[in-house]
Design a protein around this ligand. Structure first.
Ligand SMILES: Cc1cc2nc3c(=O)[nH]c(=O)nc-3n(C[C@H](O)[C@H](O)[C@H](O)COP(=O)(O)OP(=O)(O)OC[C@H]3O[C@@H](n4cnc5c(N)ncnc54)[C@H](O)[C@@H]3O)c2cc1C
Ligand code: FES
Ligand code: FES
Length: 487
């Protein structure tokens, strides 16, 4: 087994090597304080404003070229960029001696007056370039809707968004030279593969940093020191660390373990590996699970989804996590691996209380298995939050039923509610009320009346308990209306 104790990456085509405690530093702070790349701004330091957006390529696309994706550098620890190429706003224009050739995105921002104070502009430029990297080749132009979707993770306090949207929709994709072509080098692709085939082990007194390259090694390390914390994309952990409420002196990332970076389809399940990001999951399920893809379209921002993992959302165990209701009604199974072997557990049993999991200290979550949909199954997912984009839910709902085409009988009724208790809940009492009955919206009205005796939501800054209860009741009625309407 090859092991190293440094992190190697490229920033704007320059090789960097990081060792020691610096490897725990957020990428954004490193860029500003150590590399003098001050175009990247840090404002909120919690993934919300997009001022710190940079482009990160740590995987190869189907064409064998680097896949540059926008991410929030303020919550991304340096150890998660091993083998990556990072392009900051300083690396977007092409230098020609003492001159610069602006990128098409930058030209349009100038033409459309897309900046006033300019503080948010580098973040917008990086997100827009990320959008162009994704869209060129699959689409001929950028619509206003697409522009807005790609920019949900960027806030501007002065320009107003219209000039920025105008800039993005006026980009001529034919004029764009993609970063993946400009920065392509055979040597770096080979080096990236070599770096990811090695394990990184840094033992720094009380601190440890581990990037094992096999599951066996990961399990041995976790067994030997249960204080090691698993890190997925760091979009939950990075925020809490920046707020000073958590330290991660011993961190392990699994992203060198290629078998955990895949989505596998077998006869019975879709198997989502621990390294699979929400963006990858979103693209994969678009056709098969349009309801879940719809929820992911309004989940956080592109920057967050390019980094965050599905497994991170599940293990973080928030009662308002957006993927859990869907996984609950899908009868998803969590795979837990340790030196003792594999343990598989149904998702509802995984949650034992507020952020309390059936996860042993030496176990690692390796994947989530989602059983395939049956043809007569109907699924609906709803989310209510204070605003549509980039907001955490107040209440979430998932329903899945099998509906007989002829008899209209409902079987295998599964309902889940989030934001009304310490964990996402299944609703067994209502499920049995509906089970085996002929579909009738009056049954759902009755269920909505029963709901207050079954849940006791809390009031917090997102919503009052009365509001949450009303929304939960309305979700049941909405489900009945939508299913009834389709019959
Ligand atoms: C701006 C912003 C917006 C957000 N919006 C939403 C939203 O709309 N909806 C929503 O549901 N969430 C949202 N989140 C929360 C977060 O992005 C998700 O929960 C995300 O899926 C976490 O994944 P991660 O890989 O980044 O997890 P991490 O932060 O890396 O880890 C989360 C937890 O999982 C544990 N963990 C990770 N991998 C493993 C493993 N393999 N085995 C065992 N334990 C593991 C970690 O130790 C940690 O406790 C948002 C966060 C931010 C910052
Ligand atoms: S500084 Fe606001 S998202 Fe990073
Ligand atoms: S131009 Fe000032 S914050 Fe956007």
């Amino acid at each position: 087994m090859k092991t190293t104790n440094t992190i190697k990456a490229k920033i704007n085509d320059q090789l960097i090597e990081i060792s020691g405690e610096k490897a725990f530093m957020p990428l954004g702070s490193f860029l500003r304080n150590e590399e003098a790349l001050t175009g990247t701004k840090i404002v909120c330091a919690e993934g919300d404003c997009g001022a710190c957006t940079v482009l990160l390529a740590k995987d190869l696309g189907a064409d064998g070229k680097l896949n540059f994706l926008p991410v929030n550098s303020c919550i991304l620890p340096l150890y998660l960029i091993n083998g990556a190429h990072v392009v900051t706003v300083e690396g977007i224009a092409q230098s020609k001696g003492m001159q610069f050739d602006l990128h098409e995105v930058q030209k349009k921002m100038v033409d459309c007056n897309g900046a006033q104070c300019g503080y948010c502009t580098p973040g917008f430029i990086c997100s827009m370039v990320g959008a162009v990297e994704k869209i060129k080749g699959s689409d001929s132009n950028i619509t206003e809707k697409k522009a807005k979707n790609f920019l949900t993770g960027n806030l501007c306090r002065c320009t107003g968004y219209q000039p920025i949207i105008d800039a993005m929709t006026s980009i001529d994709l034919n004029e764009v030279t993609l970063l993946k072509d400009r920065y392509y080098s055979d040597e770096w692709v080979k080096e990236l593969k070599r770096l990811k085939s090695q394990s990184v082990v840094m033992n720094l007194g009380d601190r440890r940093l581990l990037l094992p390259n096999s599951l066996k090694e990961a399990c041995l390390l976790k067994d030997e020191d249960v204080m090691i914390r698993l890190i997925g994309g760091s979009t939950d952990v990075g925020v809490v660390v920046n707020k000073g409420k958590l330290q991660t002196p011993k961190a392990m990332s699994l992203y060198h373990i290629s078998e955990l970076s895949r989505i596998i389809r077998d006869e019975n399940y879709l198997i989502i590996g621990a390294n699979v990001t929400l963006s990858q999951f979103e693209s994969y399920i678009e056709k098969e699970y349009p309801e879940m893809a719809g929820i992911l379209h309004i989940f956080a921002s592109p920057q967050i989804k390019n980094q965050a993992t599905l497994i991170g959302n599940v293990v973080n165990a928030s009662p308002i996590a957006d993927t859990i209701p869907f996984l609950m009604v899908s009868d998803a199974i969590v795979s837990l691996q340790s030196v003792k072997g594999l343990r598989e557990i149904a998702l509802p049993q995984f949650y034992q209380g507020y952020k309390k999991l059936d996860l042993l200290p030496n176990e690692i979550v390796t994947n989530i298995k989602i059983p395939h949909l049956k043809s007569n199954e109907k699924t609906k997912l709803y989310k209510v939050s204070m605003r549509k984009d980039l907001d955490i839910s107040a209440v979430t709902f998932a329903a899945r039923i099998e509906l007989d085409d002829q008899t209209k009988k409902m079987t295998n009724v599964k309902l889940a509610l989030g934001g009304v208790a310490a964990t996402v809940l299944r609703l067994p009492v209502i499920e049995s009320l509906l089970e085996g009955k002929v579909f009738d919206s009056a049954l759902f009205d009755k269920a909505a009346l029963d709901l207050p005796s079954l849940i006791s939501p809390l009031s917090d800054l997102r919503a009052s308990k009365e509001y949450r209860l009303k929304v939960a009741q309305n979700f049941l009625k909405k489900f009945a209306l939508e299913i009834g309407g389709s019959l």
